[in-house]
Ligand binder design. Structure first.
Ligand code: URA
Length: 206
């Protein structure tokens, strides 16, 4: 992310307008709706997922399917709702059949995400799964080895977490995700990030 050029878009609406009815990669021809992102534009905690799935493609909103319902549960487990955070994806358009994002799609789309991160300016970013984590940390390592540790990118704390969808296929991963979110809560509290009070700094804990 640190290597990507800055875009001349001073706020999220101008970034959305700049992206427009995007056809910079072939996903523009197959998507229904572009999924820009949702939540508090000044959130101190941002989540980055992989790419829209079928439901997100239809609605134009990230994480509105089964994985999204579990994400809401995970947020609730640490006392948060999605209106207190910002949620975006590595890709803004759905890869057909939910296949993995292709390298060219990631390269085309992530300059927009990088600008989105800078504009939202979160103190903490939780990356959900391999694609978001590899992009932000600029690594080829896998999420299993990266989760459980704290990283820093451009002054932001980065907490890699399993993608919530893994628990839909492997219910044993539910507890791992709940643990990941407990760690995330501890990072938020230590950082003085306080999504509970609309971004006001919380006293440091511990
Ligand atoms: N999975 C993702 O990574 N993002 C979504 O928006 C939905 C499912």
């Amino acid at each position: 992310m640190a290597l990507e050029a800055r875009l001349d878009c001073p706020d999220l609406p101008s970034l959305a307008a700049h992206i427009g009815d995007c056809h910079r990669c072939p996903l523009g021809d197959t998507r229904t709706k572009l999924v820009f992102g949702v939540g508090d534009p000044h959130a101190e905690l941002m989540f980055i997922g992989e790419a829209p799935g079928k439901n997100e493609d239809l609605k134009g909103e990230p994480f509105v399917g089964a994985a999204g319902r579990f994400l809401d549960e995970l947020l609730a487990s640490i006392g948060l709702t999605r209106s207190q955070v910002y949620i975006a994806n590595v890709l803004k358009c759905r890869p057909p059949g939910n296949r993995d994002p292709a390298a060219i799609e990631i390269a085309t789309c992530t300059p927009f995400l990088a600008q989105q991160v800078r504009l939202i300016d979160p103190k903490v970013i939780a990356t959900l799964g391999n694609f978001a984590t590899r992009w932000l940390l600029d690594t080829t390592a896998g999420i299993t080895g990266l989760r459980g540790k704290l990283y820093h990118v451009e002054g932001r704390q980065v907490v890699p977490i399993f993608h919530p969808a893994v628990a839909l296929y492997d219910p044993r991963k539910r507890d791992d995700l709940l643990d990941d979110f407990k760690r995330l809560r501890a990072v938020i509290d230590r950082t003085g990030t306080n999504p509970d009070e609309g971004g006001a700094p919380a006293p440091p804990v511990g």
